[in-house]
Design a protein around this ligand. Structure first.
Ligand SMILES: [Zn+2]
Length: 173
């Protein structure tokens, strides 16, 4: 799907004011586009550090991916194939991002989820880098780059959060 084309259609066809109450249970692609275009929901808390501060607490690879918007190599983490119950938090700030219930095997080589742990856990940003039109996902608490979200995930919501394993920490409970 051409993301830009979809955005234009969404804006044209949705003249009425967007109602957040419609998204109480699960996010859909139109919600993702709305957040990316009109602004993200406020996080519960914000964590702000300088790049120098992040560099002092992260490994070089964690820093490259989470703070400089890098991408880990596909199939580089065992996390792709791990589906034990538990939760996934942000590698930078520790805030909860995803639940193992929403994890699925996308075959892409990156951990993949159908939904975030809660509506305001992840922020969404239009990303036109590398000649592609994509929606970048970040930790809404500290701004860490997580990966991207695509509208080709499983039913019923059809979302695929494609996330760098290095951006995540597994919490067992
Ligand atoms: Zn974070």
């Amino acid at each position: 799907m051409n993301v830009h084309k979809f955005i234009v259609q969404h804006v044209k066809n949705n003249g009425k004011r967007y109602n957040m109450k419609e998204t109480k249970d699960a996010l859909r692609w139109e919600d993702i586009l709305h957040f990316a275009l009109k602004g993200n929901p406020a996080p519960d808390i914000r964590v702000e550090k300088s790049n120098a501060e992040w560099q002092s607490v992260l490994s070089a690879e964690e820093f490259r991916i989470t703070r400089l918007k890098g991408t880990e190599m596909a199939f580089s983490s065992d996390m792709c194939h791990a589906f034990e119950a538990g939760k996934y938090s942000c590698a930078c700030c520790g805030e909860l991002l995803f639940d193992a219930h929403a994890k699925f095997d996308s075959g892409t080589g990156w951990p993949s989820f159908t939904q975030p742990a809660k509506l305001n856990a992840v922020s969404y940003h239009l990303d036109n880098s590398y000649g592609m039109r994509r929606v970048e996902t970040c930790c809404n608490t500290c701004g860490a780059h997580l990966g991207h979200v695509f509208p080709d995930g499983p039913d019923p919501e059809g979302l695929r959060y494609c996330i760098n394993a290095i951006s995540l920490r597994k919490i067992s409970t």
